[in-house]
Design a protein around this ligand. Structure first.
Ligand code: ADP
Ligand code: MG
Length: 238
């Protein structure tokens, strides 16, 4: 479960067309990366899928069901942002379990699920700490813990590593890719970093000015870029 389909999705802000007619399929369990230069519409497209923005045209389907008019809470997706937005006054345990508590889950059950998520993310020793007592990488893992504990159909990541230093970023890339594969949960991952895209993705969607330039595996984009934009973007050094 977790196939995400976009059919001619559009988004205008007033007269400005930010997303024009995007159609694509994200297969269940796959890791798809949206990549493209700053301002090309990556975050907007992700927010449309999450339900944080309303599409001005087209349809979004999750496992065959039309979710275009459903609020974010009814879509079964979890979003992880660039800024961790952890609750500073709550412990790691409180932060990871907060969504479940809001959903009215019994305490014992929350405890079990938070323990399991923390074990998966190597956060068990830190469960009683406040976010300010954690490193950047640990904070980002708490943010991911908050997403996985809800057992979503899909993860939506918006540049989750861009606040981390270079070495940590490489580690976290590997950790996120490994976690996604072990959970088998569909993931859409937004980045402006083509190296991140090439190393993490099953499938890359190259965006430019609100449109899809090419969809393909990292190897396909590298070997057979559809046009100069893709060739230039994938081939450019960081
Ligand atoms: P990216 O994530 O690829 O950097 P965004 O999706 O954030 O790009 O933005 C795409 C374009 O849409 C940008 O030109 C941005 O200024 C514009 N945009 C984003 N959100 C809004 C908004 N709420 N109102 C008007 N324009 C917006
Ligand atoms: Mg963005």
């Amino acid at each position: 479960m977790g196939k995400i389909v976009l059919e001619n999705v559009q988004k205008h802000f007033g007269t400005v067309k930010v997303i024009s007619n995007v159609s694509l399929t994200v297969e269940d369990g796959s890791f798809v990366v949206f990549v493209g230069p700053s301002g090309c519409g990556k975050s907007t497209l992700l927010r449309l899928i999450a339900g944080l923005e309303d599409a001005t045209g087209g349809r979004i389907l999750i496992d065959g069901a039309d979710v275009t008019d459903l609020p974010p809470t009814k879509r079964g997706l979890s979003m992880v942002f660039q800024s961790y937005a952890l609750y500073p006054h709550m412990s790691v345990r409180g932060n990871i379990g907060f969504g479940l508590k809001m959903a009215g889950m019994p305490k014992d059950e929350i405890r079990k699920k938070v323990d399991a998520a923390a074990a998966t993310l190597n956060l068990t020793p830190y469960l009683d700490r406040k976010p300010r007592m954690l490193s950047g990488g640990q904070r980002q893992r708490v943010a991911i813990g908050r997403a996985i504990v809800r057992e979503p159909k899909g993860f939506l990541f918006d540049e989750p590593l861009s606040n981390l230093d270079a070495a940590l970023r490489v580690n976290m890339r590997i950790e996120i890719a490994r976690l996604q594969r072990s959970l088998g949960t569909t993931a859409i991952y937004v980045t402006h970093d083509q190296v991140e895209a090439m190393t993490m993705a099953d499938k890359i969607v190259v965006l430019n000015a609100g449109s899809v330039e090419q969809v393909g595996s990292p190897l396909e984009l590298y070997d057979r870029p559809a046009n100069l934009f893709v060739a230039g973007f994938i081939g450019s050094p960081k």
